[in-house]
Design a protein around this ligand. Structure first.
Ligand code: SF4
Length: 530
C-alpha cells in the first residue's frame, strides 16, 4: 500500500509537510507496511492538502483538506480497518458498482470530466523526484523514438503538422520557429526554456515543473536535436525554489541515465542543459531581455529583428519556447501529430493549461481542450462564483490581457477568438471577478504592476504608463476630470503602438478593455456617484 501526499507549492503552503510528518509518524507507530510518497499538484488547489491512498486491488481514493489531526483517521480507518473515510473523500477512481453507495467518482466530478490532461497527465500522479516514476509512465519514450527514427527535419515536420503554437502568450507556430533556428547559419546553436512566469495569478509553468520536470527536459532535448543545438538553458525565476530544486534533481538523473550529455542513448547526439535563475523582473519574460540576462547583462529588451532564431544567445541562433510548449512535445511524439491536431479548434490545436483564481469556488490548475468556452471553465469545472454572487468579468492573459464581461462567457477559448474580443490567451492566468469588484481599481492594480515592471528603456512605456496611472489614480480618488476617458484611450493607444517590447505594447490592455466593457463604472467615478 501507498499513501501519496500532494507536495506542490500549493500543498506545502496549505500544510503538506506537517501532514507528511504526521502520516509517517502514525505509520511507524502502528508498524504498518505502507510507503509514503510525494507528488506534485493535482490541480485541486482548493482542496489542499490532498492525500491519496492506493491499496493494490482496491479503488484509488483521494482525500482532501487533510490536516495533521485528520491523518490518524485515514491511517486507522482506511489502512488498518479497510474502511473509506467517507466525509474526507474528494473522489475515487473505480468502476461503477464496486463502490460504497454515494461515494463520489472522480470521472463523474465535473472538475475532472471536462478536463483533458495531456501536458499535466503526470502532475499529482508521479513522484517528480523519481525518474523511474517518469519512465514507468512512458517518459523518454518519445525521445528514444525521435533519436532512432526521425531526422531533425522530420521532427520539425511533425511539430508543424501537430499545429502546436507557443503557449507563452504569443501563439507563434512552434514548428516554424524551430525551422528558422535550424535554417539559421551559426557554428553553435542554443535552446532556451522560458520559465520566467511572472503574471499575477499565473502558476501553470511552476506547477508543471514541480509536478513533472522530466517532461519539459524531454521536450527540450527533442527541440535541441531538431534545431541542431548542443547546449540549452532553463531560465527560471529564483522565487520558484521548489521548481528549481526539482529541475536540478531531474537534470542530474537524466544525465546519469544518458538522456543528457554526450552521445545520448548511443545516437551520437550531444546536448547539455543548464539552469539560470532570474531575479524576478517581469520584463525578463520577454525573450531578448531574457537572453541579455543569461549573458550577464541587465535584462532589457532590444528591437527585433534580428529575432533570436537567427541572432540570439551570444549572437548565435537560439530557439526559445516556454515550459508548457516544451511539455507538449513528448505528447505529440507519443500520440502522433494527426491525433494531436484533432484536439482543439481549426487554428488552435491541443490543450491549454489555465491557473484559475479569484472569486471562483474551485481555484486551481485545469487543462482543457482549446475551443472550450469560458463558461464551461468557470462554471462547470470550477463550480461558479464564490458565495453564489454574480459573475462580473474574467481577467484573462495577465497584466497584458483584458477583462471580458458576461456576454463573452460563451466565447471559445482559442488564440484568435480572445484577441477579437479585446483579450488574449497570454500564458494562461484566469482571474475571475464577482459583482463586488470595482473594474477601475482592477485596471489600476494591473497598471501599477506593469508601471513598476517597466524597464525604462523606451519613453512611451516608461513615461506613458506613469501618466496613465496618474489619470487612473485621480479617477479612483474621486478627482477625475471631464475628458479623462478620452485621454486614457488616446494615451493607451499611443503606448501600444510605439513601445519597444510586448510589455509596453500590451500594458494598457486592462485599462482599454475595462473602458470598452465597463465604461459606466469610469463615468460614475468621474461623476462622483461612487
Ligand atoms: Fe522597457 Fe517598457 Fe520599453 Fe519594453 S516597452 S523596452 S519594458 S520601457
Amino acid at each position: 500500500p501507498r499513501v501519496i501526499v500532494g507536495m506542490g507549492t500549493c500543498g506545502i503552503a496549505a500544510g503538506a509537510k506537517k501532514v507528511w510528518e504526521a502520516i509517517s509518524q502514525e505509520i511507524r507507530r502502528q508498524n504498518l507496511d505502507v510507503e509514503v510518497r510525494q507528488t506534485g499538484c493535482l490541480g485541486m488547489c482548493h482542496r489542499e492538502v490532498l492525500v491519496e491512498v492506493r491499496i493494490p486491488g482496491q479503488p484509488k481514493v483521494i482525500y482532501g483538506n487533510i490536516s495533521p489531526e485528520s491523518v490518524k483517521r485515514i491511517v486507522q480507518e482506511h489502512l488498518v480497518e479497510g474502511r473509506i473515510v467517507k466525509d474526507l473523500v474528494v473522489g475515487m477512481e473505480a468502476e461503477k458498482g464496486t463502490l460504497l453507495e454515494g461515494m463520489p467518482l472522480l470521472e463523474e466530478n465535473p472538475f475532472w470530466s471536462k478536463q483533458l490532461r495531456l501536458v499535466t497527465r503526470n502532475c499529482g500522479i508521479i513522484d517528480p523526484d523519481s525518474i523511474d516514476d517518469y519512465l514507468k509512465a512512458g517518459g523518454y519514450q518519445s525521445l528514444r523514438r525521435v533519436l532512432a527514427e526521425y531526422t531533425p527535419e522530420e521532427v520539425i515536420a511533425e511539430v508543424k503538422n501537430s499545429g502546436l503554437r507557443g503557449r507563452g502568450g504569443g501563439g507563434f507556430p512552434t514548428g516554424i520557429k524551430w525551422e528558422s533556428t535550424r535554417n539559421a547559419v551559426g557554428d553553435r546553436k542554443y535552446v532556451i526554456c522560458n520559465a520566467d512566469e511572472g503574471d499575477p495569478g499565473a502558476f501553470m509553468d511552476r506547477s508543471i515543473l514541480e509536478g513533472d520536470p522530466h517532461a519539459v527536459i524531454e521536450g527540450m532535448i527533442i527541440a535541441a536535436y531538431a534545431v541542431g543545438a548542443r547546449d540549452g538553458y532553463i531560465y527560471i525565476r529564483a522565487e520558484y525554489p521548489l521548481a528549481v530544486h526539482r529541475l536540478m534533481r531531474a537534470i542530474d538523473q537524466a544525465r546519469e541515465r544518458n538522456f543528457l550529455g554526450d552521445n545520448i542513448l548511443g545516437s551520437g547526439f550531444n546536448f547539455h542543459l543548464y539552469i539560470k535563475q532570474g531575479a524576478g523582473a517581469f520584463v525578463c519574460g520577454e525573450e531578448t531581455a531574457l537572453i541579455a540576462s543569461i549573458e550577464g547583462n541587465r535584462g532589457m529588451p532590444r528591437p527585433r529583428p534580428p529575432f533570436p532564431a537567427t541572432k540570439g544567445l551570444w549572437d548565435r541562433p537560439t530557439n526559445i519556447n516556454n515550459v508548457e510548449t516544451y511539455a507538449n512535445i513528448p505528447v505529440i511524439f507519443r500520440i502522433g501529430a494527426s491525433e494531436f491536431a484533432s484536439i482543439g479548434t481549426e487554428q488552435s490545436k491541443g490543450t491549454k493549461v489555465f491557473a484559475v483564481t479569484g472569486k471562483v469556488k474551485k481555484t486551481g490548475l485545469v487543462e482543457v481542450p482549446m475551443g472550450i468556452t469560458l463558461r464551461e471553465i468557470i462554471f462547470d469545472i470550477c463550480g461558479g462564483i464564490k458565495d453564489d454572487k454574480k459573475f462580473k468579468a474574467v481577467q484573462i492573459g495577465g497584466p497584458s490581457g483584458g477583462c471580458l464581461p458576461e456576454q463573452h462567457l460563451d466565447l471559445p477559448v482559442d488564440y484568435d477568438s480572445l484577441i477579437s474580443a479585446g483579450a488574449m490567451m497570454g500564458s494562461g492566468g484566469l482571474v475571475v471577478l464577482d459583482e463586488n469588484t470595482c473594474m477601475v481599481e482592477l485596471a489600476r492594480y494591473f497598471l501599477q504592476f506593469t508601471r513598476n515592471e517597466s524597464c525604462g528603456k523606451c519613453t512611451p512605456c516608461r513615461e506613458g504608463l506613469k501618466r496613465l496611472l496618474e489619470i487612473l489614480n485621480r479617477i479612483v480618488n474621486g478627482k477625475g476630470e471631464k475628458g479623462d476617458l478620452d485621454r486614457l484611450i488616446t494615451l493607451g493607444s499611443v503606448i501600444i503602438n510605439t513601445s519597444l517590447c510586448g510589455l509596453g505594447q500590451s500594458a494598457p490592455n486592462p485599462v482599454l478593455s475595462t473602458i470598452r466593457y465597463f465604461r459606466s463604472e469610469y463615468e460614475m467615478h468621474i461623476e462622483k456617484k461612487f
